[in-house]
Design a protein around this ligand. Structure first.
Ligand SMILES: NC(=O)c1ccc[n+]([C@@H]2O[C@H](COP(=O)([O-])OP(=O)(O)OC[C@H]3O[C@@H](n4cnc5c(N)ncnc54)[C@H](O)[C@@H]3O)[C@@H](O)[C@H]2O)c1
Ligand SMILES: O=C(O)[C@H](O)[C@H](O)COP(=O)(O)O
Length: 358
């Protein structure tokens, strides 16, 4: 039997992986040396650094799976040098992050009294998340500008061209050396006065010192789900940031379960086995709502599913009560995705589906 070691907070692991081997769960960010010594399959989330130090403690390891989109916590060079198989879960929680950003944009727009059609949103990184977000904003009539030099699609612009034009700049690039501090003092200074910066990709993408200076000067506002250092983030941001959350933008029920399911499929394929069941059967039943009017529906249902302001209040209250970043992440009440909603009116249902689909 395969020895499978999995993060204690990954959902569905017992149901899907127990039939494939002997399952052990680990708590906290890193597994213990004793657990690693036996592991043949390791299933992690973004909080576990799979680096050379971990690999030397895991001599039996053959398969590494991360139930995440980002892979910057995996030392891929070290993993491949050891000839180990690794996989992640591209796109698994992309809808959840798009929902998160849409909630931030809509609530900021209401707060600042701007009209939706007068708003210009700049998306940096137009992959799984950025393209879903772009589609949602287009359906709502918001002007969207896109920047993604590696994709180089017609109509896309450079970051330097984008900065002075947008009311909201939202970042969706991978973490790692290639994007480290891509938003620094120069980029922030080039943004419109009073603009909103949303970072829900990786903290390293924004230069924290430059961000603090920009916010202190009152030059703009920031919504942050990720931080330069986690879990010990810079507490000055609590005063300076508009809405802050503890790296939960992707924590929807669908997104988390999809991540585990994708690793299950990958391991089955490696073992030459057929996956049992279907992903759709692993989800709770969808909520049903009756709605009328697309704009009202988007606001009401959007905030019904996920309201970033509630999560900001929950995060701040938790910190005040002495709870840590990681404790709060562990107890985060998982939410549904917009796409899980079923609409009561056919016409609005079709448009909502259009908004949430990909
Ligand atoms: N906060 C969260 O909970 C959460 C959840 C999921 C993903 N993420 C982060 O979001 C990132 C993006 O996710 P995704 O699913 O859209 O990934 P993706 O790989 O589908 O898309 C990333 C896009 O960024 C582009 N890109 C790369 N370098 C760039 C650069 N210098 N300038 C502009 N564009 C660049 C790529 O060409 C690609 O199209 C992930 O890598 C992960 O770090 C965060
Ligand atoms: O890259 C990702 O998918 C996210 O950063 C991920 O959703 C964070 O969630 P966790 O790793 O804590 O499950």
């Amino acid at each position: 039997m395969l020895n499978i070691l999995a993060d204690g907070l990954m959902p569905l692991v017992d149901d899907l992986f127990a039939p494939l081997g002997t399952l052990q769960r680990f708590e906290g960010r890193q597994p213990t040396p004793a657990q690693l010594a036996q592991a043949e399959v390791l299933l992690v989330r973004s909080v576990t650094q799979v680096d050379a130090a971990l690999l030397t403690q895991a001599p039996k390891l053959r398969f590494i799976g991360s139930a995440t989109i980002g892979t910057d916590h995996l030392d891929i060079k070290a993993i491949e040098e050891k000839g180990l198989f690794w996989t992640a879960a591209p796109g698994c929680n992309a809808d959840a992050v798009a929902d998160y950003v849409l909630s931030a944009v809509l609530n900021w727009q209401t707060m600042t009294g701007r009209d939706l059609p007068a708003l210009t949103v700049g998306i940096v990184g137009v992959g799984n998340i950025g393209s879903r977000l772009s589609r949602r904003l287009n359906v709502l009539g918001v002007k969207v500008l896109c920047c993604d030099p590696p994709k180089g699609e017609p109509g896309f612009i450079t970051l330097a061209q984008m900065l002075p034009q947008v009311d909201v700049l939202t970042l969706h690039v991978p973490g790692g050396q290639g994007t480290r501090h891509m938003i620094g003092a120069t980029e922030l200074a080039a943004m419109k006065p009073g603009a909103l910066l949303i970072n829900s990709c990786r903290g390293s993408v924004v230069d924290n010192a430059a961000l603090l200076a920009w916010l202190e000067a009152g030059a703009g506002q920031a919504v942050l789900d990720v931080f330069a250092t986690e879990p010990d983030f810079d507490r000055r941001l609590l005063d300076l940031g508009l809405w802050l959350t503890p790296h939960i933008a992707g924590h929807s029920i669908e997104g988390k379960r999809r991540g585990t399911w994708m690793l299950y499929e990958a391991l089955c394929q490696k073992l030459g086995q057929v996956p049992q069941g279907r992903f759709e059967d692993q989800l709770p039943r969808a909520p049903v709502e009756s709605i009328s009017g697309i704009e009202l529906a988007v606001r009401r249902l959007g905030n019904l599913v996920f309201d970033i302001r509630d999560d900001d209040a929950w995060f701040r209250a938790g910190l005040k009560a002495g709870r840590t970043f990681d404790e709060l992440r562990r107890s985060y009440p998982k939410r549904r995705e917009w796409g899980s909603l079923k609409a009561g009116s056919l016409e609005d249902g079709a448009r909502l589906w259009d908004l949430a689909s990909h």
